[in-house]
Design a binder for this molecule. Structure first.
Ligand code: GDP
Length: 444
């Protein structure tokens, strides 16, 4: 999970001050000393830490906080607001050109995740914003970069424009935009070449592409796990190229958070997206406030809801709701639901977005047994169509066969049948509720 180390330390510190009926300047000073250490340990830029501590201290010892009825909570509120501010305040938007296509240049050093992120961004633009992007393979130097983008394109079923590695990136970009106009693509995502280090040739080439394509966005892709190096890379790229945003990748493995907390302040460039895994749907819009909330253990329910909405097919959800209403929900529907939940990502990551989840005993090293879900799926798949639709026909002979077919025990088959029965009962109760109470119900 992102920011585990920092979150643990900050939450420990906040815990101490939360319940205090009275807070004085010395308390604030002590707390800020711990916050300062926690941030430095998280590899946050030292000047950023210094400014942050100064701002929070000033506000926290201010009249309205210490004299309030809940000073402890007020101090935490100040910390949260300033953390949010540190990461950019408001969520920043992605450009939409009035004269399509909107051109986005993806830049970055090798290995940062640029090609992967280009694919993820195209996927997100289509899934969440209903756009029709064209991917452009302009990294002609890294062996296999073009192939990699083409493979990703196939995986997400999206077109990739390429002219091989013998044509200059500028020419590739130029022809890609012509093609995008012809085929009515509203976004063009150019995967430019990376290098191991920043060098003049690279910058010159990027400047040429910028000059020619007049991009609406220039996104720098950096690896969050490289901490202050990422911040330095962002600073150089910004000085030379003028970035419009940063995509921070590998946040899923970044326990510290130094880059995430420093980039905005040091480079004055907003973080627009964060990479949370290797899969094509592991890219999230960056919301400073939600991130601050996660760091302070207050959960991130909004992101959880959005994930659910993105992964649930609306037509299927409607159909399912009807089935629930008429109590004709079958094991096949159940299987489908399980699949959709799985699509949302690892279950333990989802759980961690619930407020206070990391405070529940044992939750910090909890890992949900995803195998269990696999077992349930195996049992259902061993049923005949008739059994799936009318589980009441499943007698002991059939149970034995299902258990054998799925490699599970009869007890497990029994348990699943019982759970399914209970679920249907609940649905019936729900269906019988007065109309008004059903309002606002959404399928998970
Ligand atoms: P490029 O050289 O910058 O184009 O880098 P690639 O796109 O080839 O990515 C390098 C490696 O980082 C690949 O193995 C990716 O799967 C991995 N990667 C990219 N983004 C993420 C992320 O957000 N989380 C994790 N865990 N891995 C990522």
């Amino acid at each position: 999970m992102a920011f585990e180390g920092l979150a643990d330390r900050l939450q420990g510190t906040m815990q101490k001050i939360r319940g205090k009926g009275k807070v004085n300047e010395a308390d604030v000073k002590e707390m800020m000393r711990e916050v300062r250490l926690a941030l430095l340990e998280a590899d946050v830029n030292f000047k950023v830490v210094k400014d942050f501590v100064k701002r929070v201290s000033e506000r926290a010892v201010g009249q309205e906080v210490l004299k309030s009825l809940t000073p402890g909570q007020q101090v935490i509120k100040v910390v949260k607001e300033e953390l949010t501010e540190l990461m950019g305040g408001e969520q920043s938007k992605i450009a939409v050109s009035t004269r399509p296509p909107t051109v986005i240049m993806m830049v970055g050093l090798q290995g940062a995740g640029k090609t992967t992120t280009t694919g993820k961004l195209a996927n997100l633009l289509r899934k969440k914003y209903n756009r029709k992007p064209l991917l452009v393979a302009a990294d002609i130097y890294r062996p296999a970069a073009i192939k990699q983008l083409e493979t990703l394109g196939k995986q997400i079923n999206m077109p990739v424009f390429s002219l091989g590695d013998q044509v200059s990136p500028v020419e590739i970009a130029k022809q890609a935009i012509v093609k995008a106009k012809e085929e009515h693509h509203d976004y063009v995502l150019i995967d430019t070449a990376g290098r191991l280090h920043i060098d003049e040739n690279l910058m010159d080439e990027l400047k040429d592409i910028k000059e020619l394509t007049k991009p609406d966005e220039i996104f720098l892709v950096v690896d969050a796990m490289t901490g202050q190096d990422a911040v330095n890379v962002a600073q150089s790229f910004n000085e030379q190229l003028g970035l419009t945003g940063v995509v921070l990748t590998k946040l899923d493995g970044d326990t510290r958070g130094g880059a995430a907390l420093s980039i905005r302040s040091v480079t004055n460039t907003p973080i627009k997206f964060v990479g949370m895994g290797e899969k094509m749907d592991a890219l999230e819009a960056f919301h400073p406030e939600r991130m601050a909330s996660r760091i302070l253990g207050m959960g991130d329910v909004l992101t959880l809801i959005e994930k659910a909405q993105m992964n649930v097919d609306e037509d299927k959800a409607k159909e399912l709701e009807k089935k629930m209403r008429t109590a004709s929900f079958t094991f096949d529907d159940f299987l489908e639901q399980l699949g959709q939940v799985r699509n949302m990502g690892p279950l333990d990551d989802l759980l961690k977005m619930l407020p206070g989840a990391n405070k529940i005993k044992g939750m910090d090293n909890l890992s949900i047994d995803e195998k269990q879900i696999g077992h349930v799926e195996a049992i259902i798949r061993s049923m005949t169509l008739q059994e799936k639709e009318h589980p009441e026909v499943i007698n002991s002979g059939r149970k034995k066969r299902i258990a054998k077919g799925s490699g599970r025990s009869i007890q497990e088959v029994n348990r699943l049948l019982k759970q399914f029965e209970d679920m249907k009962k609940m649905m019936k109760q729900f269906t019988n509720m007065p109309k008004g109470k059903k309002k606002g119900f959404k399928l998970p």
